[in-house]
Design a protein around this ligand. Structure first.
Ligand SMILES: *Cc1c(COP(=O)(O)O)cnc(C)c1O
Length: 390
């Protein structure tokens, strides 16, 4: 029997993998030491666990362990990257280039920096949700110190042309920072191949615990420098002070190892089910996919149903299926998603959009159930809509 409600909102957060939980448990109890305690074995054990995790985390993105700074999550890593580089280099320049479809953790940090004197360019995207590398190049100024473009979008799953972006940033000699929270662990990422200098990601989006994340900082060619935003005991090479979340970090490390091992087969399985879900729902009239279908994460689809309000749709199905309208972070507001607006999606279609995100514990039975349930609910809602004509 299918257990309800079933979860198709893995882009918002993921459950902890039981294999991750198993690794974490002893660090709450018998191995509770402070990783910064140098004088006894409690500290040494904790510090070894952190070092082991640092290697697992680095290994997933092709980095070396000394390039990983542990944080509380991607929001903190985004803040550290943007504010830290701005503070370090503001005497050289104050210009940052980003895009209109970034996560709020990047956009709101940029807004904050504007108040402190930053000059921020927000690149538009095309109807597929992609930044144009030529527009990026044209946006450079002598004062540009950082380019911040996400790896994959949280609402649509669209994957940015990262290598083309880094070709530009390398040519210009400017750091490239990417918020890769939705992409790490889901598609292969190699910071060297991809030409990325700073990369933010989060444990709870990849079957690790909440409250752990990382910022990759390139150590050479070029060496990235930034100013710490949390001062104190000098943890994480003075870049992020504060007692390390040892259980969280140990779990994050295990989560990275599992993603590395299982990514390929998981992507294959989930993209087949995502495609099945998408094709079945697209058989309904006036139904459209948002974002790129060529450059996309394997487990995500964002679909607009015309003549249906996503709120009505979601309240109709939420006792059975957990999905999201727009991004979870903005779902408190009734405004249509700024990401879909940036793609040129009309307001009434943006209002009827649903993000489906599949994950490790999704089954084909769940997908089959979701297909039937959505078709039934949409047909019902449309018959109630006076504008709908069959
Ligand atoms: C979830 C998410 C974040 C925030 O991550 P937290 O670890 O929850 O702070 C940032 N950027 C993107 C793209 C996300 O999807």
């Amino acid at each position: 029997m299918l257990k309800l409600p079933l979860y198709l909102d893995y882009n918002a957060t993921t459950p902890c993998d039981p294999r991750v939980m198993e690794v974490m448990t002893p660090y709450f109890t018998e191995n509770f030491g402070n990783a910064a305690s140098r004088d006894h074995s409690f500290g040494w054990h904790a510090s070894e666990a952190v070092q082991y995790a640092r290697e697992q985390v680095a290994g997933l993105i092709g980095a070396v362990s000394t390039e990983i700074i542990f944080t509380s999550g991607a929001t903190e890593a985004d803040n550290l990257a943007l504010k830290g580089v701005f503070e370090m280099f503001r005497s050289k320049g104050n210009h940052i280039i980003t895009s209109v479809v970034e996560h709020k953790a990047v956009l709101d940090t940029c807004r904050h920096l504007e108040k402190l004197g930053a000059d921020v360019t927000y690149l538009k995207v095309n109807s597929e949700g992609l930044v144009d590398p030529e527009e990026l190049e044209a946006a450079f100024k002598p004062t540009t110190i950082l380019v911040a473009i996400m790896y994959a979008n949280n609402e649509t799953g669209t994957v940015m042309p990262v290598k083309k972006i880094s070709a530009v940033t390398r040519k210009k000699g400017v750091f490239f920072f990417s918020d890769a929270t939705q992409a790490v662990g889901k598609i292969p990422i190699d910071v060297n191949n991809d030409g990325i200098d700073l990369l933010a990601f989060s444990s709870h989006k990849m079957y690790g615990p909440k409250g752990a994340g990382a910022l990759f900082l390139r150590r050479k060619d070029p060496r990235v420098k930034l100013t710490a935003q949390i001062d104190g005991g000098g943890h994480e090479r003075g870049i992020r002070s504060g007692t390390l979340n040892v259980p969280g970090i140990a779990g994050f490390g295990k989560a990275c190892e599992l993603c590395k091992q299982e990514m390929k087969q998981e992507a294959k399985r989930l993209s087949a089910w995502r495609d099945k879900l998408e094709t079945s729902l697209l058989k309904l009239k006036d139904t459209f996919v948002n974002g790129s279908t060529r450059f996309r994460l394997p487990h995500v689809t964002n679909i607009s149903f015309n003549f249906v309000e996503s709120e009505g749709l979601i309240s109709g199905i939420q006792k059975d299926i957990a999905v999201s309208s727009g991004s979870a972070c903005s779902s408190a507001s009734r405004e249509p998603s700024y990401v879909l607006k940036a793609l040129g999606v009309a307001d009434e279609l943006a209002r009827g959009s649903i993000r489906f995100s599949l994950g490790r514990f999704t089954t084909e039975e769940q997908i089959d159930f979701a297909i039937v349930k959505f078709i039934e609910t949409i047909n019902q809602l449309r018959t109630l809509n006076p504008y709908w004509k069959t």
